[in-house]
Design a protein around this ligand. Sequence first.
Ligand SMILES: Cc1cc2nc3c(=O)[nH]c(=O)nc-3n(C[C@H](O)[C@H](O)[C@H](O)COP(=O)(O)O)c2cc1C
Length: 348
Amino acid sequence: MFSILKSFLFNLDPETAHDLAIKSLKYNPFPSKMFEVEDEQMLNIELLGKIFPNPIGLAAGFDKSAEAYNSLLKLGFGFVEVGTVTPLMQFGNPKPRIFRLEDDQALINRLGFNNDGIETIKARIKSNRKKGILGVNIGPNKETKDQKNDFCLGLKNFFDIADYITVNISSPNTEGLRDFHDQKRLVDLIVTLNKIKKDKGTDIPLFLKISPDINDSYISEIAEAAIKNNISAIILTNTTNGNRDNLKSEFKKEKGGLSGDPLHQISTNMIKKFYKELNSKIPIIGVGGVNSGKSAYEKIIAGASLLQLYTAFVYRGPSAAKDIKKELIQILKAEGIKSIKDVIGKDV
Ligand SMILES: Cc1cc2nc3c(=O)[nH]c(=O)nc-3n(C[C@H](O)[C@H](O)[C@H](O)COP(=O)(O)O)c2cc1C
């Protein structure tokens, strides 16, 4: 069925197709039972005091303004991350700003944090009780004079309505944002956020989302800063603004972040490196080119406890999570493994 829908959607420009998908998803009439799979309990993961029904999450950027997260949870995702949310609503960069690289099973985007802003999004989440695990990804406005303060506003507004907050320092489309990978700036940011948590008396987990484009020398410094300052999980990775040489599609030279298949190995390698540095003290959420049971399994044995995807949702459609869960269970059974938790980091 998706093949007919796909040929229709792929005839539209990518952003129009995305907006249409969000609008229709709001009215998703299908019961969640339809997207559960046999033996799904093999995929249960207990983390941070919560039970994730399965490790396949929807990555930030699809439901930027929290319009459809409950419908997305119903499609069989183990958790959904909305955002990136900035303090003020913003339109983002001029269109066109999303490109489909079909021959590469990839996307390039330079959206620039288009979203409805904290006030609207907070009200939306409050009026639509979440029916599963919901993360809120926060970031700064393009025109802000103080990026750190924008992160503080994000935390102050969402700590009591989300299951976790992702501190997104890794979008390639907001100038200066990736400078927070510098250890001094990173520690200063996390210490400030931890003070807010203390003031508010909250224990909301903070996740940190990292760029795949950092130099290896940053890895140990980021891991050290995260361990010392009580970060609850590291998300690896955001999109890359390099790695264009081996692409086939006509849009390969477009400016922006590359996601999907060409990112898979890059982010998996980074997961392995972080897994060694983190020494099981902080769990990893693997993201980048997860589009099959095989690619999901590769990230788990590289050290990821949970996964997220975006681009595969575009190419595989509404049954992406269900199909990947099924394929993953098949792999586990073939390997004689009873539970996904038994293989996290097995390859490192
Ligand atoms: C169109 C698009 C928009 C995105 N917007 C965001 C965003 O707002 N915040 C963020 O942290 N990541 C954003 N991402 C990155 C994804 O969350 C994810 O890290 C990346 O796409 C790699 O996963 P994938 O290969 O499964 O797509 C976006 C990705 C795409 C393709």
